[in-house]
Design a protein around this ligand. Sequence first.
Ligand SMILES: [Zn+2]
Length: 218
Amino acid sequence: MYIDAHRLYEDDGTPVPFIESPHQSDRFEPRYLVIHYTATLTIRDCVAWFLDAAAKASAHVIVGRNGRIAQMVAFNRRAWHAGRSRWHGVEDLNAHALGIELVNAGALERTPAGAWTDGAGHAVADGQVRIARHKHESVDRGWHEFPPLQIDRALAVARTLHAQYGVEEVLGHDDIAPGRKLDPGPAFPMAPFAFDLLGGTRSVSVAVGDPTGREEHD
Ligand SMILES: [Zn+2]
């Protein structure tokens, strides 16, 4: 992949679909890359949400479970993906972080019959569920798996962003908004992803919670 005029292209020159979200602003100086999950099952639902006036949310790129990609904010503009956030003394990460969303239902629920569902009650197949413990929680629960193809595509986007803009650290939303956010959660392979992108000198910190609030809008 490559970037021209702050838009993403496939290696063969095909532009990645750019579906511009109105939820963006200027004064953007990227230093970080923040990884999210969409809490949806499809890229379509996430795109629709980032176009919805009620959302007041967006991200630069969404990566689907089948590797499909959409860009929603130009890379020289501030997307609204971090909300209230902090990292090593830096506040308001939207001003400093590119944001990638991966289509993933996130933390799952279980019906009395034992079937897995997302938060809206849509079924999630057993084979797509990982039982794991979030680093900020004390109990195991079910999490939606990320397909390898999706991770590969997200890594390709991340490498392209890093080559163009320079990324100092890869962070989870749960690193910069602990107590408020759980994404991308324990099913996302953060350590190998960051190692692949930045090498061994850039380890991802395990954030110690500074839960300054809850339930703020994204
Ligand atoms: Zn998030």
